[in-house]
Design a binder for this molecule. Structure first.
Ligand code: ZN
Length: 466
């Protein structure tokens, strides 16, 4: 599956514009691609299209292990395509006397291909332009002394562009995001791509193997970013991921689900006081965006604090693969990549949403006052009005019943599945103060320091209310 080639000058302009919008740091000057020289001197004097160079020059294959899975030693990239190995020898430069080979001093040097990407260094490996690689992030040791290795996939385009990081599985039981990253990596083609996409399908492998949200010591990894090299186990894992993977990126997308038998409408969590994050959120084109700065310790907050625009996608409920939510996440990512000029429009890129992305500037959790069996009367995404019954709680022992009433008018962004609840359980997440998301919303939105938590306990800033 390939994205079509694109007009290089247009792409460069678009990429630079987004780079500026994202606050991208200037990169070092790039070297001239040797491939350009080969094709400039091709018989007939007609240079081959730039992207054809990449596809002819690079051949890659996964090295499988015994189980047929890609091994930890990842792929081999060879620069021995048909153009180099089988093509005819370059003819003399057109216009030279009698076709004689021109004197070296008279040869015209080919124009440098300023748009060609350079190799990138990451996790002690070099990844060549137009190739993909499976790298290893060694973050911690288990109690038995076994090194825990987290696979990090890099799809490095043959043309210059931004570096974007997509992470799933920070909470080990949130599997929709794992599937989104897996499918994303499968669809991307480094040869026709611009820029670099770093994918971490399962950031918290230890928790994923246990089917748990938490690390074995019950710590929540998403409370320890950016982490410390000498801190707790969670802090060390966070530090390894943040320092070696996230810091080199110009945008971060972290994918989550609701927690503890709660489900979330597909939505973004974005700090709309940050212009770069507003650009990302519009480009992703989620159905809804929730404005908050993110709790301290989350990957999103640590990234934005470090000057890297970051969004969290919420989709569905934990411990399940939900096709609709996975598709929604994948659509958003490819809209984003297209908008950043990293891929071309193709069948896999969904059209922009016909209506503007709506942002909820505030949200509020509605909690249960009584324990019992909760049965909801509303659905995710449903608009509700103040005083409307959201659900009922029946106590099978006391025969008491409570109606859970919405204190505000808004939209149901997250809710508990029907289940047994305790008093104080956060059951419905209602978004309100809805606005169309436009690029200048950042100037109208309160800075993180001045934002007032919409829950008196300040517990609603991430996907998990306590
Ligand atoms: Zn999560």
């Amino acid at each position: 599956m390939r994205w079509g080639s694109r007009d290089a000058s247009h792409a460069r302009t678009g990429s630079d514009a987004i780079g500026r919008a994202l606050g991208r740091r200037p990169r070092a000057a790039r070297v001239v691609a040797l491939a350009a020289l080969l094709f400039t001197l091709w018989p007939g004097g007609a240079p081959a299209p730039a992207l054809a160079v990449g596809s002819a020059m690079v051949e890659e294959e996964w090295v499988g292990d015994r189980d047929g899975e890609p091994s930890d030693e990842d792929l081999i990239a060879t620069a021995a395509g048909p153009a180099a190995a089988e093509g005819p020898a370059p003819a003399a430069t057109p216009g030279s006397e009698l076709g004689a080979v021109p004197d070296a001093s008279e040869a015209v040097a080919p124009a440098p291909d300023l748009d060609a990407a350079e190799p990138i260094e990451m996790l002690e490996r070099t990844v060549a332009p137009g190739t993909r690689a499976r790298l290893q992030l060694r973050t911690s040791e288990s109690f038995s002394g076994t090194m825990v290795v987290t696979p990090v996939f890099v799809v490095h385009g043959s043309r210059k562009g931004p570096r974007v990081c997509v992470i799933g599985g920070i909470h080990g039981d949130e599997v929709n995001g794992v599937e989104v990253v897996r499918r994303m990596l499968k669809l991307l083609d480094p040869v026709s791509m611009r820029g670099t996409i770093v994918g971490v399908p399962i950031a918290n492998l230890t928790a994923f193997r246990r089917g748990s949200r938490y690390l074995p010591d019950r710590r929540d990894l998403n409370r320890y970013f950016p982490g410390r090299p000498t801190g707790s186990s969670a802090s060390r894992i966070a530090h390894g991921l943040f320092t070696n993977v996230v810091r080199g990126c110009e945008a971060v997308i972290d994918i989550h689900t609701g927690s503890f038998h709660r489900s979330n409408l597909p939505q973004l969590r974005s700090n709309l006081a940050d212009p770069g994050t507003v650009v990302l959120s519009i480009a992703f084109g989620a159905r809804t965006v929730v404005n908050n700065a993110g709790r301290l310790g989350t990957l999103r907050r640590a990234a934005t604090d470090a000057g890297i625009p970051a969004i969290t996608m919420e989709a569905g409920e934990p411990a399940r693969f939900q096709e609709e939510d996975v598709a929604e996440g994948l659509d958003g990512l490819f809209r984003l990549f297209r908008s950043l000029g990293m891929i071309e429009t193709g069948d896999e890129v969904p059209p922009p949403r016909p209506s503007p992305v709506m942002a909820f500037l505030k949200t509020r959790w509605v909690r249960c006052d009584q324990g019992g069996i909760l049965v909801s009367r509303v659905k995710l995404g449903e608009p509700v009005v103040a005083g409307q019954a959201l659900g009922t709680i029946s106590d099978p022992l006391s025969e008491e019943e409570e109606t859970v009433v919405s204190p505000i008018s808004g939209t149901v962004l997250g809710m508990a599945m029907d289940q047994v609840v305790m008093p104080g359980f956060a059951a419905y997440h209602i978004g309100y103060e809805e606005r169309p998301l436009v690029p200048n919303l950042a100037s109208e939105t309160a800075a993180p320091e001045t934002m007032v938590p919409s829950d008196p306990e300040g517990l609603d800033l991430e996907e998990r209310p306590e």
